[in-house]
Design a protein around this ligand. Structure first.
Ligand SMILES: Nc1ncnc2c1ncn2[C@@H]1O[C@H](COP(=O)(O)OP(=O)(O)OP(=O)(O)O)[C@@H](O)[C@H]1O
Length: 312
């Protein structure tokens, strides 16, 4: 896998003495969608701002596009940054807004109109190209913000929470546009507070808190490694103390909790351990009505790593 970013020993302390990043090391691979997750104050924006060349780090090294010879200007031309705040002119049309950014990025004059059309098309705003931004919904403004950031066909696009507080239609549009951009060859870094978005579009996830990386792995691997081993067993009658004691003493059982008179929730070593528990219950004439699996998701992994919910 080719590195599009190689980040080594990145640290940042703000002037007030707040250490926002503490020795971050990670790579971004060409063609992937990398999800960046962390609770409030984790250091996501600081990282993104440094990667976007908007903020200086105190220590560390970032190599862009596998090429140490690139000038800052060349790096900026290959980067697309979609900030949290809208950076559009309300009194200008969608077309004028995107064209302004295209000229800022130095897009060739002969190509400029075509590139602006393409960018508007990618975010589904082609039909509204001649309407002023002030007439757009919040979601459409966000999509226009994205068109402005991608008009120069950047190789790496950094999204900083692009779906906060917008309608579901625009949200789906944005997620689809991101997948299309990747399909066309772009690499994506995506920060969000929405776990389900990460599960829907990301290949890999970095979870950070307190300025350090807690987890950096392939999304499917994270979910597999944390797959369900918790079961709720409901019985027709109250399970006796004596039987509960016997189940609890099985070495396959990590923990056991009676959630109501006839439901016991078990944490077991692995899925096959459940068989031993069931045998034990049946041997003791317990009548089982149902067995439910608790399926872990990214939210559970996040909670167990950081002790925090992603959205407060
Ligand atoms: N300009 C600044 N001056 C001083 N401290 C700052 C500044 N910006 C951020 N910080 C501090 O640095 C730490 C990391 O903040 P950062 O904004 O990077 O977190 P975040 O993960 O993006 O949080 P959020 O999800 O709330 O945007 C926090 O403790 C924050 O208070």
């Amino acid at each position: 896998m080719e590195d599009i970013l190689t980040v080594k020993e990145l640290s940042k302390t703000y002037r007030n003495g707040r250490k926002a990043l503490d020795n971050l090391n990670f790579n971004v691979y060409k063609g992937e969608i990398l999800g960046f997750l962390g609770p409030n104050g984790a250091g996501k924006s600081t990282t993104i701002n440094i990667l976007s060349t908007l903020l200086k780090c105190d220590q560390g090294d970032i190599q862009y596009f596998n090429n140490s010879e690139l000038t800052l200007k060349e790096v900026k031309q290959k980067l697309g940054i979609v900030p949290q705040e809208l950076a559009i002119y309300e009194d200008d049309t969608a077309f004028q807004n995107v064209k302004f950014f295209a000229s800022l990025y130095g897009v060739n004059k002969n190509e400029i109109d075509k590139k602006v059309e393409d960018a508007l098309d990618k975010v589904g705003l082609q039909e509204r190209r001649d309407d002023k931004a002030s007439t757009f919904s919040g979601g459409m403004k966000r999509r226009l913000n994205i068109a402005c950031a991608i008009v120069h066909n950047p190789e790496l696009i950094i999204f900083d929470e692009p779906t906060v507080g917008i309608d579901p239609q625009s949200r789906n549009h944005i997620l689809q546009s991101i997948q299309n951009l990747r399909q066309e060859g772009a690499t994506i870094i995506y920060t969000t507070h929405y776990m389900e978005e990460v599960q829907a579009i990301c290949d890999r996830v970095i979870i950070m808190d307190g300025g350090v990386i807690l987890l950096n792995d392939n999304l499917n691997k994270i979910l597999e490694d944390n797959s369900a081993s918790q079961y709720a067993i409901t019985t027709s009658l109250k399970i006796s103390e004596e039987v509960l004691q016997k189940v609890n003493e099985l070495e396959e059982v990590k923990s056991l909790e009676l959630t109501d008179e006839s439901t016991v929730v078990l944490d077991v070593e692995d899925n096959s351990s459940l068989n031993r528990v069931l045998e034990m219950l049946i041997e003791n004439n317990v009548n089982i009505i149902s067995i439910a699996v608790h399926q872990n998701n990214l939210e559970d992994v996040f909670l167990s790593l950081t002790g925090k919910k992603l959205r407060d």
